[in-house]
Design a protein around this ligand. Structure first.
Ligand code: AMP
Length: 287
């Protein structure tokens, strides 16, 4: 039975979602054009390109088995889904933002009954209810930041990443409602028969995320520096050590290191007399 996966059809999450699937070894046929549907080479998978905000409900209803979307959309849809993996992109936060000229700087200082423009009515309602503050919610579908300027609302609840859109529109971020990033979600309970396919896909993507943070390093080092090299990479199981044909003064080492270690590692190896130092990208890493 084929596995149906939904990914955002456009916008901020689309490109990286397609890239992650491709890097995990799925060859998506025509994944870059604006189609609704794509198949996967040699796999019984179907990829549906849907709006990020519709994905949680399509998974909940069983139309698709799993999907990639923003955690903000999952929470807004308010349906029970299983969050299987944080994808470490699409970082943003859902925030309350008010005009720079507003006389209040905390929710509790807000007058009652202000109008809040948002495309996240459920989360907004819940948040202000939790704060014991009465507001009127004005539901919009986008560009919330202009709402206070055109008199549609007094403040907004919207997604923020760098904060530059708020600044341009002379708005001040007053409170963060939730932090968000892209996630993989599924309905595990109603999908028992496909669970092994789902977990296979999730662990493939996980291995890509892990590999992207690492580099494969190879070098030929003087035998007498082997102990120093082993202490240089303490977090690892230790470097793989191989002999070099015709040499008893040098050995080859191979080791997986964090990207952030590469700069120092190469310089240290060089100063130890290492030769033929190479660093290579890793496609997948399954610990
Ligand atoms: P889009 O399809 O471009 O509307 O993207 C929607 C999703 O992108 C949101 O639900 C968020 O999860 C994510 N996102 C990340 N950063 C931002 C941002 N600064 N503004 C809006 N959406 C963002």
């Amino acid at each position: 039975m084929s596995l149906k996966m939904a990914i955002p059809n456009k916008g901020r999450l689309n490109e990286r979602a397609v890239e992650l699937l491709q890097k995990s070894g799925l060859e998506i046929n025509g994944g870059q054009d604006r189609r609704l549907y794509a198949s996967v080479e040699n796999k019984d998978f179907e990829i549906m390109f849907l709006r990020a905000q519709d994905i949680p409900r399509f998974i909940h209803s069983g139309t698709v088995d799993l999907g990639i979307t923003g955690l903000d959309q999952v929470m807004e849809a308010d349906v029970k889904l299983d969050r299987l993996l944080n994808l470490e992109f699409g970082f943003c936060r859902l925030s309350v933002a008010v005009p720079e000229s507003a006389s209040y700087s905390k929710v509790e200082e807000m007058p009652e009954g202000l109008r809040v423009a948002t495309s996240f009515p459920q989360l907004t309602k819940k948040f202000f209810k939790g704060q014991g503050k009465k507001v009127d919610i004005v539901q919009i579908t986008g560009a919330a930041e202009v709402a206070p300027h055109i008199g549609v609302s007094d403040l907004i609840v919207d997604l923020v990443s760098s904060g530059s859109t708020l600044k341009t529109n002379r708005l001040r971020e007053m409170e963060v409602i939730m932090d968000s990033q892209a996630v993989i979600v599924a309905n595990v309970e109603s999908n028992r028969r496909k669970n092994s396919e789902i977990s296979g896909l999730v662990s493939s993507i996980q291995s890509v995320l892990l590999a992207e943070k690492k580099k494969y390093l190879m070098a030929d080092i003087p035998v007498e520096r082997l102990k120093d090299v082993e202490t240089m990479f303490p977090g690892m199981a230790g470097p793989t050590v191989m002999s070099l044909a015709g040499r008893d003064d040098m050995v080859a080492i191979h080791v997986v290191i964090d990207k952030s270690q590469v700069y120092d590692a190469v310089n240290s190896l060089k100063s130890m007399g290492a030769k033929g130092i190479l660093t290579l990208p890793i496609d997948r890493l399954v610990p």
